[in-house]
Design a protein around this ligand. Structure first.
Ligand SMILES: [Zn+2]
Length: 389
């Protein structure tokens, strides 16, 4: 589902100066606020935000601003209110306006619902001493009989309504009141306000923050997937890294793919892990030797331990694949278990390569202790998959 929202800055240029605080113009405040609302709304997934005007100094009639919202799910017009000509310190409340008609329509119902959700939140964030009011106005007050509400203040909502968009006018208390004018001149306050308003709107439409919406699967590299690298890429990578690599090692590389495919595990990830664990099969300074057919440091739980041995390369690779599968998911093994450490793994605790490192694993479990263990494997994997076949 995609939600489209149209936001309006109530006035343009230098308009509606505060009698209480020098330098405050309603037009400047609403311009800043509506851009902040756009910014915070765009932190949500599946939302498109448009504004009624591109340039602060340019006017557009009220009706046309509302009409900009055609095709949108919500229209918001931002303001601060005024009472009389001078300073009035006692009037301090948030007002949210929406239109109603004699016959209730879906658009009017949504406008009302959103008005009722926004008003108390805005009053709360602003700390308005008189709280909030929800004000309903009749639509269709067409004095000239030309289908428009002329210079009427609510023309902006009328324009939205004619475009079949639910709409609200937000009056962010009064700029005839010193306390609230100073509050609205503080950009941190405007950010707080815009964020809270975006949260209400997002909750109404059931929107999720982008980072929550992005499934972890797309961010992390799954172990139980189809292999990406080819045998040629793995061979060429290894020969480049270790020109003295044993022919027996080059010959056994296809086993990573066949053993991986048998269990639904990425064989190229297992191979990249072997490159890391054996120093590109040079076994330099390694506790394990080539003849053990142990290519992943299996059973080397302490420095200097010799680790497990396997009768032939295929079995060593199979044990490694089985061990990866133990971490990747809870699926049963296809081949009989030969991994001597299979039973020690909390099944499925590391579905992603990134989580194979204990320090990065959310449960504090994993294959290895060293920081960034999974990232090291992925760096090798990336080199392999970008190697020419
Ligand atoms: Zn206004």
């Amino acid at each position: 589902m995609s939600v489209k929202i149209c936001i309006d800055a109530g006035h343009y240029g230098k308009y509606n100066r505060s009698p209480a605080v020098n330098g405050y113009y309603e037009s400047d405040m609403t311009w800043k606020l509506h851009l902040l609302q756009k910014k915070y709304l765009e932190e949500y997934a599946g939302v498109e935000v448009i504004t009624t005007r591109k340039v602060q100094a340019t006017d557009k009639t009220l009706y046309n601003r509302g009409a900009c919202s055609r095709g949108c799910d919500l229209f918001i017009s931002n303001h601060s209110n005024a009472v009389g000509k001078g300073i009035n310190e006692s009037i301090d409340y948030v007002a949210v306006y929406h239109l109603v008609d004699d016959s209730t329509t879906r658009v009017d119902d949504i406008s009302k619902e959103i008005a009722e959700k926004l008003a108390p939140v805005i009053a709360g964030v602003m700390g308005a001493t008189q709280g909030f009011r929800i004000v309903t106005r009749k639509s269709g007050n067409d004095r000239n009989g030309d289908g428009m509400l002329n210079d009427n203040y609510y023309g902006v909502l009328h324009g939205a309504r004619m475009a079949e968009t639910p709409g609200v006018i937000l009056e962010h208390s009064f700029h005839t009141n010193t306390k609230m004018t100073l509050w609205l001149m503080n950009e941190n306050n405007l950010a707080k306000l815009a964020k809270a308003e975006a949260e209400v709107i997002a909750a109404h439409f059931g929107l999720m923050k982008k980072r929550d919406a992005e499934n972890a699967v797309t961010e992390y590299t799954k172990i139980a997937e189809e292999t990406v690298a080819t045998v040629e890429q793995m061979r060429n990578y290894l020969k480049a890294k270790n020109p003295a690599v044993a022919q027996s090692v080059l010959d056994m590389i296809p086993l990573y793919l066949s053993e991986g495919a048998a269990e639904g595990i990425r064989g190229d990830i297992a191979f990249a892990q072997s490159c890391l664990e054996t120093g590109n099969f040079a076994f330099k300074g390694s506790a394990v030797t080539l003849d053990q057919n142990n290519f992943c440091g299996m059973g080397v739980t302490r420095r200097g331990m010799k680790g497990n041995s396997f009768g032939m390369p295929q079995l060593g690779i199979r044990a490694q694949i089985q061990h990866l599968k133990a971490y990747a998911n809870g699926e049963p093994l296809v081949n009989p278990v030969i991994d001597p450490r299979f039973r020690y793994v909390s099944r499925g605790c590391a579905p992603y390569v990134e989580w194979l490192g204990i320090q990065e694993n959310p449960q504090g479990r994993g294959w290895a202790n060293g920081a960034g263990y999974g990232k090291k494997i992925l760096a090798i994997l990336n080199s392999i998959t970008s190697t020419k076949a």
